[in-house]
Design a binder for this molecule. Structure first.
Ligand code: FES
Length: 191
């Protein structure tokens, strides 16, 4: 487990994925890799020591990538950094998933960040939404949009899920995670 700072969560990840290709630096060295799982496509930066020790790989190979995931709640972004990549054939594991991304609902969550909603916990709700979207790897399909007053300030925190246009009032952080599951159908994580 990594250490977390304020507004940041750092944890280890372990991912079996199909290699799509490499991203090079100006120097010609591999800086990052692109991989696909059944839940989407990811760019993973390589730790410096790994860049010169990368195993012989080709696009299409299945790999096991281990590293560190950093979620920045303030910016609503996350980064993956790999410290270890192994061809799956070397760890004796057959790929079990198709790399084709599953079709899933795409949408947005509009969340009011004006003072009345913030007094009632809208920042914590925003953090919970970002967290659940990140944990469920829905970042490429679900966006969060901070908005001005959505009316109904006394019943805040207020948010609206689109395209359904479903409105939620007095949302708690726990409910925020559940509504992401309900509207965007998260896929269970199997390690
Ligand atoms: S301040 Fe959030 S709805 Fe008005």
């Amino acid at each position: 487990m990594g250490k977390s700072k304020k507004y940041q969560s750092v944890s280890d990840f372990n991912l079996d994925a199909q290699l799509l290709g490499f991203i090079f630096k100006g120097s010609g060295k591999v800086k990052s890799i692109r991989v696909a799982t059944d839940r989407g496509v990811w760019a993973i930066k390589l730790e410096k020591s790994l860049r010169s020790e990368l195993p012989a790989l080709q696009p299409g190979d299945w790999v096991r990538v281990r590293g560190e995931k950093t979620i920045d709640f303030k910016k609503g972004k996350s980064k993956l950094k790999a410290w270890d990549i192994l061809p799956l054939a070397d760890v004796g594991k057959e790929p079990i998933a198709s790399p084709a991304p599953k079709k899933a609902p795409v949408g947005k969550v509009l969340i009011c960040q004006k003072s009345s909603c913030c007094k009632r916990g809208a920042k914590a709700v925003l953090g919970a939404l970002e967290n659940r979207i990140e944990e469920s790897q829905l970042g490429d399909r679900v966006r969060i949009q901070k908005t001005g007053c959505l009316k109904g300030c006394k019943r805040g925190p207020n948010l609206v899920v689109v395209p359904d246009k479903t409105r939620y009032e007095k949302v708690t952080p726990e409910e925020a995670g559940n509504l992401v599951d309900r509207h965007f159908g998260t896929v269970s994580t199997e390690e």
